[in-house]
Design a protein around this ligand. Structure first.
Ligand code: NAP
Length: 254
């Protein structure tokens, strides 16, 4: 089943590497014009250049989603260059690791500022523009198995991702009659900069061997579910969270 996103403008946050850069390439490969955003400008420019060289349409814009006031102007710049925004992917996220007894107030706040506040205000700014332009909008929030499963030692992250799951449902309800589908994708573990220092450790190896399939996932394992939520097929899907985790959150896993 091909997803044709030709003529659609997509904005993705946290797309300077990892899953965000992967989703940016995927959206472009399926025809979308893509605004690649994150804080590290050299990295997002490289992703946008790669898409452009490959025949796609892309632009790079610096955006720190923790700075709520910065989001609207960036979306306006995207619309001025590429046209009305049809897809927002709230992908920017940080790990917030640290035991509950140890995590600093600053690290806790940063986790919620990026993962929750960033998701909320980017969704709101995008929704305002989708409503004004009368487009059938798609908002895809990148949640996690941490939205519904305890990941030991990651209470701040788990709390933030549970909030993302509930925001997804609440915003979906609020904007249901505005033609905007708001959904979430909950991936299992994929090796990226957010976790790559963990897997070679003894604890990481032990966790990996506890997964039902004893392996990490690949970013491409998310592609079909992601495109389902980002594309026309989500017409009647809103407020849903799709878990794609290779069974990692099943009992006995993790
Ligand atoms: P990653 O490689 O560390 O990428 C995180 C991205 O978020 C980076 O591009 C980073 O870009 C961006 N970011 C961080 N703070 C930001 C901020 N304040 N404003 C804008 N962008 C910011 O991790 P990843 O695995 O690709 O994570 C992507 C998303 O998937 C996250 O929401 C994560 O929670 C979720 N997820 C990951 C996994 C996994 O196993 N990898 C599993 C489930 C869910 P800059 O530093 O350039 O801003």
């Amino acid at each position: 089943m091909a997803t044709d996103l030709t003529g659609t403008v997509a904005v993705i946050t946290g797309a300077s590497g990892g899953l965000g850069a992967h989703f940016a390439r995927l959206l472009a490969a399926n025809g979308a014009a893509v605004a690649v955003t994150a804080r590290r400008v050299d990295k997002i420019q490289a992703v946008a250049d790669e898409i452009t060289v490959g025949g796609g349409r892309a632009m790079a814009l610096a955006l720190d989603v923790a700075d709520a006031a910065a989001i609207g102007p960036v979306l306006d710049a995207v619309q001025a260059e590429l046209g009305p925004i049809g897809i927002l992917v709230n992908n920017a996220g940080i790990g917030g690791d640290g035991l509950a007894l140890d995590i600093s107030i600053e690290d806790f706040d940063a986790t919620f500022n990026v993962n929750v506040r960033g998701t909320f205000f980017a969704a709101r700014e995008a929704a305002k523009r989708m409503i004004a332009a009368k487009v059938e909008g798609r908002i895809v929030n990148i949640a996690s198995i941490a939205s519904h499963t305890v990941l030991p030692g990651l209470s701040a992250y788990c709390g933030s991702k549970a909030a993302v799951a509930m925001l997804t449902k609440s915003l979906a309800r609020e904007w249901a009659r505005r033609g905007i589908a708001v959904n979430a994708l909950a991936p299992g573990y994929i090796e990226t900069a957010i976790n790559d220092a963990w897997w070679p450790t003894e604890g990481g190896q032990k966790q990996l061997k506890g997964f039902p399939r004893r392996r990490l996932m690949d970013a491409s394992d998310l592609d079909e579910a992601f495109l389902l939520l980002a594309g026309p097929a989500a017409r009647a899907i809103t407020g849903s969270l799709i878990t794609v985790d290779d069974g990692q959150s099943l009992p006995g896993g993790g």
